[in-house]
Design a protein. Sequence first.
Length: 216
Amino acid sequence: MEKVTRLNANLPVVEKDPDSDELLSRIREDAPGAFDEFVTRFGGRIYAFGMKFCGEREDAKDVLQDTLLQAYRSLRELEHAEAMTSWLYRVAANACLMKRRKGKFDPEREISLEELLPGPGEAARIQIPDPAALPHDDAVRAETQARVQKAIGDLPPAYRIVLVMRDMEQLSTQEVADALSLEISAVKMRLHRARLMLRNSLEESYAADRRADGRP
């Protein structure tokens, strides 16, 4: 993760946040409780990010631990407090990708965009239910969330992390590009492919359920 520290000067500086300025100053001064405050403020977000990407609690805990360790070693060198969030996501993204490289769940091949596009004369695809429009049924909501989480987990890591950061963490395209050291065009391409893969996977899942129930 040394690369992360050296590149922090290239991260975008956003609107000033007095709380971030004060917190970074206290961390640089080794003020008592400063890093604990940092963990309290960002720890939950890092863990949630790890869960969305890795899908496993133990992996998310490892991502959190690795990210906090890197932050403890390098946060004092951050030039602008306003770039703290982008810098942190870069560290966490690095930790997530390293975690997946060491795992056994990466797909054997990368699916091409062409495989996901509808062919000539292809019938209209079935619609994916909107979780927000589902009945207030905890079991149905839980099943839908599990289905979506599995589909996200099946995405190739390079596409999954862009989808998680852009659509789930609500980072801007520029922030994702800076966090992953990618061109904006590459982020847009990966996000487009990730969304197509996710839609394709969910549509196939719902279609299988319909066939199993004898519905057209």
